[in-house]
Structure formats: structure tokens, C-alpha cells
Design a protein around this ligand. Structure first.
Ligand code: ZN
Length: 153
């Protein structure tokens, strides 16, 4: 969900169906229960990115609803067994656990703009990125800092 605009690709069944088809080739519309599950998982993942502590870890693990995996005999990678919406959650759950084990998790951050909190991957060389987008949230922050300095002078 975009906190600033209120737009949410999972905001209703029609929006979620479009996103699932475009992003995951899942063509069947989610039920309201499935949609709530997907939103719960997304928000638990966002909270885990914002504050990685025992509570958020437990909430995140519960939100995955116990995805089951099999092992690909060629690559020895874990592959989600579920299809459809449960498969989508399993796909992202695996991405989170992979990121935590390969060290890339530290690059997943929440935007420092409290009105945004968009989760983003920090590609900066020294992992110093604070904003989902320098053009949007970064520029706004610089403008606020500039105005604050201007007000003091
Ligand atoms: Zn942002």
C-alpha cells in the first residue's frame, strides 16, 4: 500500500486479481480470506523490515501460514509446493529467508519518510540509502531540511 496516495494493489479483489495476474500469472481471483491473508503477510514483512525483533519474526512466520517446499534435484533449491495465492506467499517467504541467509536482508529497508514507509532494496554502495526514491521522498526531505534552515536564519 502506498501510504501517501492510499493506492493499494491489494486494496480490493479486482486490484489484487490484476496484480496477481501481472506479477505471478495467477488468474483466479482471491477470496476475501485469501486477500486478507496476503495483506497480513505483506504487512508482517513490512514490519519485519522496519523492526527486526522477536515479535515481528513470530508475526511474520505465522503470516506465512506454513508454506511447504520441495527440493529441486538439479539446483538443490527449495521450491514452493503450493500454487495460486498460497504459492505467491511461499515465493515471497522463500525470498525473505534467502535474503536473510545470503546477507542481502540488511539492504531491505523501509523508507525514512514516515508518511511513506515503502520497503525498498538499498542499492547504494555503502548501504546508506534512506529513501524509497530520491526523486520523491529524498527530495521532500531535502526540501524540509532546507526550509527548516531558512526559517532559522
Ligand atoms: Zn518513500
Amino acid at each position: 500500500m502506498n501510504l501517501e496516495s492510499g493506492a493499494d494493489r491489494l486494496g480490493d479483489v479486482d486490484s489484487a486479481t490484476t496484480w496477481l495476474l501481472e506479477s505471478h500469472d495467477v488468474s483466479s481471483p482471491p477470496t476475501q480470506t485469501e486477500l486478507r491473508h496476503l495483506i497480513r503477510f505483506r504487512e508482517a514483512t513490512r514490519h519485519l523490515v522496519i523492526d527486526d525483533n522477536q515479535i515481528t519474526r513470530e508475526e511474520w512466520a505465522a503470516s506465512t501460514a506454513g508454506p511447504r517446499f520441495t527440493i529441486d534435484p538439479q539446483s538443490l533449491d527449495l521450491q514452493p509446493l503450493a500454487t495460486g495465492l498460497r504459492g505467491v506467499v511461499a515465493h515471497y517467504a522463500k525470498a525473505v529467508t534467502d535474503a536473510r541467509s545470503d546477507g542481502s536482508w540488511v539492504r531491505l529497508k523501509a523508507c525514512a519518510n514516515p508518511a511513506c514507509l515503502w520497503a525498498f532494496y538499498d542499492r547504494s554502495r555503502n548501504r546508506s540509502g534512506n529513501w524509497c526514491s530520491m526523486d520523491v521522498c529524498g527530495s521532500r526531505s531535502k526540501m524540509r531540511t532546507y526550509r527548516a534552515k531558512d526559517d532559522r536564519s
